[in-house]
Write a protein that binds this ligand. Structure first.
Ligand SMILES: [Zn+2]
Length: 399
């Protein structure tokens, strides 16, 4: 029996039944494709593969030819269920219990996709064809390495001269209740590996060796103190965490030859990756100079930065943020917080193409045993998305 495209519960149930653990598509994109084709979307499948990685399937669909162009982005892949016996019902059965649907991906983020598909169907039922263009970019590689997902599809779209005016990402953003929080940006993220080289030797004859840990300790202290900043209008303070210190020395009577530490920085809009790297290398150079000892060679150190940086971003698009916030307020009676908190998502790639915001379900059970969405939340999110679509295209929707 074909699924009624305006029913988010039926859509979500069917999506959860596809066990699409990254990198398996498992029929989830086929289902999205079938629903979109009922609405006359032009659907393309865009599989990509990086050497040594599994092949990843992606979907791009579009309807309409000119006018403002709205993109909805999300992912059908899910994290593994973990211990299936610990679930109160099988993780891919979409069982409804106590008014909630239980299943892997219920909130992260098949629920968001089901709500958007249903919202689009209702919007068109009410208003007829929209005065513009709606597209969906649904990837199968968000929970994995994210090499062959959104990033590659966006490159392909740029090469084909496809441009967007605004994007809504349907990731779960609300801490407690639908309507709590819209994400309008993210802190940046960068990782470095510090190595200090010394000279190996006997602990009883330290003048014949040069212990790299002596310099590593004050250098790490210099990274943490003073704090990088006190935050900014839209962002919490930048933070540097040392995530590991490795010497790998099994002997108690040997001075090691080398010491390493890895640190990650989450940075606010007072920094770019370039200015942050400059600040950190300056601190390390100063601390290394201060740690130098008479009669020893200068401290020999280096820092290796991760090849991929996530730059900080914040969306200032008033139409996008304002229309979404108004839709949330109308449906839930709540004024959503406009937040830049949390980890990275595919919005980090989309922000290079158009203004992007994120709004979806409540994140509390994501990635957990018994991930679940209250059916009332799913209905609420669908109503919000419907109002958002209508509002963004300038349609008066009095439903
Ligand atoms: Zn997600």
């Amino acid at each position: 029996m074909p699924i009624k495209p305006s029913d988010p519960i039926a859509l979500l149930s069917a999506l959860i039944r596809c066990p699409s653990v990254t990198p398996d598509e498992a029929g989830a994109l086929d289902l999205v494709q079938a629903v979109l084709e009922q609405h006359a979307f032009d659907v393309k499948r865009l599989p990509f593969q990086t050497d040594g990685q599994p092949r990843i399937d992606n979907l791009y669909a579009t309807v309409g030819t000119d006018g403002p162009h709205l993109l909805f982005a999300g992912h059908t892949d899910v994290v593994p269920p973990g211990d299936e016996n610990a679930w109160s019902s099988p993780p891919f059965d979409a069982v409804i219990r106590d008014g909630a649907m239980v299943g892997r991906g219920a909130v992260d983020m098949k629920g968001g996709i089901a709500a958007f598909l249903a919202a689009y169907a209702r919007c068109v039922e009410t208003n007829g064809p929209l005065p513009g263009r709606v597209s969906l970019l649904i990837t199968g590689d968000e929970e994995g390495p994210a090499l062959d997902g959104t990033l590659r599809v966006l490159q392909w779209l740029s090469e084909h001269n496809v441009h967007f005016d605004a994007c809504l990402v349907g990731e779960p953003t609300n801490p407690n209740a639908v309507g709590d929080m819209i994400k309008i940006g993210r802190r940046g993220s960068h990782t470095g590996r510090l190595t200090v080289h010394g000279t190996q030797g006997h602990v009883a004859y330290p003048h014949l060796a040069d212990n790299p840990i002596r310099a590593l300790v004050p250098m790490l202290d210099a990274l943490m103190n003073p704090p990088l900043d006190e935050g900014s209008e839209r962002f919490q303070p930048s933070n540097l965490e040392i995530t590991t210190i490795d010497v790998g020395n099994p002997a108690t009577n040997v001075i090691p030859a080398e010491a390493n530490a890895v640190f990650n920085v989450r940075f606010d809009d007072r920094w770019s990756a370039a200015t942050l790297v400059a600040e950190i290398e300056k601190r390390l150079a100063t601390a290394a100079a201060n740690a130098a000892r008479p009669g020893y060679a200068p401290i020999d150190w280096s820092v290796k930065w991760a090849p991929r940086v996530s730059e900080v971003f914040v969306t200032h698009d008033e139409k996008l943020v304002g229309t979404l916030a108004k839709a949330v307020e109308t449906v839930t009676g709540r004024t959503p917080e406009l937040s830049t908190s949390g980890g990275t998502s595919d919005a980090r790639f989309i922000k290079d193409h158009c203004p992007v915001v994120e709004f979806g379900l409540v994140g509390q059970t994501m990635h957990k045993i018994d991930e679940q969405v209250p059916l009332a939340d799913l209905e609420r999110l669908t109503a919000i998305y419907e109002r958002f679509i209508a509002g963004w295209f300038g349609l008066e929707s009095d439903r």
